[in-house]
Design a protein. Sequence first.
Length: 392
Amino acid sequence: MMEFSKRAQGVSPSATLAVSTEAKKMQKDGIDVINLSTGEPDFTTPDSIVHAAVKSVESGKASYYTPVGGLPELRQAIAEHVEQDTGRTVLANEVAVTVGAKMGLFETFQALLNDQDEVLVVAPYWVSYEEQVKLAGGVVVPVKPQASNLKTTPEELSQFKTSRTKILVLNSPQNPSGLVYTEEETLAIAKWAVDNKILLIADEIYGKLVYNGTKFTSVMTMSDEIVENTILIDGVSKAYAMTGWRIGYVVASPQIIQKITALQGHMTSNPAAVAQYAALEALTGSQEPVEEMRQSFEGRLNNTYAAMQNVPGFKLENKPDGAFYLFPNVEEAMRLKGFSSSVDFAMALLKEAHVAVVAGEAFGMPGHIRLSYATSQNLLDEAVQRMIEFMK
Ligand SMILES: Cc1ncc(COP(=O)(O)O)c(C=O)c1O
């Protein structure tokens, strides 16, 4: 038997990827599975972005290593993009381009955490935070909001803070719930982090995907002392339908960026050059495709949220304002069908109704399931019908 390192032994495979792998296997076997488990837009990358990438390959520009922290013109474009969105002046040396936002987060935890340092993560939370913190030697302290809107507050965070708390992760718009913190709520939490000398990681990867008039306020719009205490995580994956290209970025003080870049130099070197040229076009070219996709997600959210009210035992308490997920409470549905865990419930949905979803356990909130509505309305309608049938 191979003896793996303690570090590797402690890591669980990504639950979202596991369900989608199983769903793809069933599809390959000819089973008509509707896969609502993955966190990616169904749209292909907009043409102008693809053309820029092809051009960079054909011209030979994309043949070579780029600087580890990213192409200088891309770092500059990211700085200008953030400034345009938030009004905050950002310099290129405050930006690192990473292999997806995921690697940006991984490197940030590696750069900042010592063994047993604690990281506050607000539940329900994205699957990878916990495993990445563990890999950096840290300990995740889940904060389970008591409020029915699933939002935490400074008072609640204070209950979980100890002398070892080093980082707070705030993800808004949130995966998996789709909730969006208001400006006042974000400000209060960011200020709490400053006052308590806890670094804030603001994961704003879904910041451009908000719906029905919701306004998203980035932490970067706030005071100097808040921004200086913040590490912004963002990227092009979700808003530009570019999950496969693997380009994310970190915006932080030059000191943090230098350390992240030093780590990256030994892990991935630069993100793929061709993908960086694609991201450059995404951020500097027309933003119309982003708005078109956003509108499309909004329509699907509204239709699917309404249709899902008819699934027996599913409780959709808070209508999502952002991202592209629904996160119903299925405790009653589990009771009606005789399941004691949402993992078993999700597996039965996959095997019997051929609808792939992710169980809430993966997000630190059992009794729920996550469905992505980043797929066509026809498939979403069919999935809802299948769930209604399943519950009968
Ligand atoms: C909240 C959150 N942060 C970060 C990421 C990582 O994004 P990327 O594909 O750029 O690595 C995801 C992707 O699912 C996410 O949902």
